[in-house]
Ligand binder design. Sequence first.
Ligand code: RP5
Length: 167
Amino acid sequence: MALKVLIVMGSDSDFDQTAPAWKVLESLGLGFEVVVASAHRSPERVLALARGARETGYGVILAAAGGAAHLAGVLAANTTLPVVAVPIAVGTLGGVDALLSAVQMPGGVPIASVGIGGARNAGFFAAAILASTDATVAARLEAFREEQSKNVGDADARVKAKLAKGG
Ligand code: RP5
């Protein structure tokens, strides 16, 4: 059975900035679940999610949180599945705090991170992780890349046509 992606958001206020992640997963036909669990407001729920994730059939966890975002680190401390932080732009520091708390994890319990508001790329990165052991997912990613390249070629042709008309 294909492994799924677990998407954890620290708050429902993270919804809009996290949605691009599951939109990507949907477009690639991957299974996922979205849950709200907070490392500081519902720590037991976060622990239970992380500890049961592998057995539940997840292959990767995306952790979307803003502020002093320890969600990804706490999840990673309680599973050996890969955890990818999605720093959410909120508050005074606009997501810089969340980004730094993700990329400055002390050695031994690594997490990866996309950029601030990088949920779309988090979706693709989760797919790439699953693709490393799943040829079907790899083929879907490959098809997406081909389509994306084709779109660049089309954009190039449009620009050339515009320039030929005098800009
Ligand atoms: C973090 O605090 C959440 O991930 C969210 O980005 C931020 C603000 O949460 P709310 O106060 O809007 O619930 O834990």
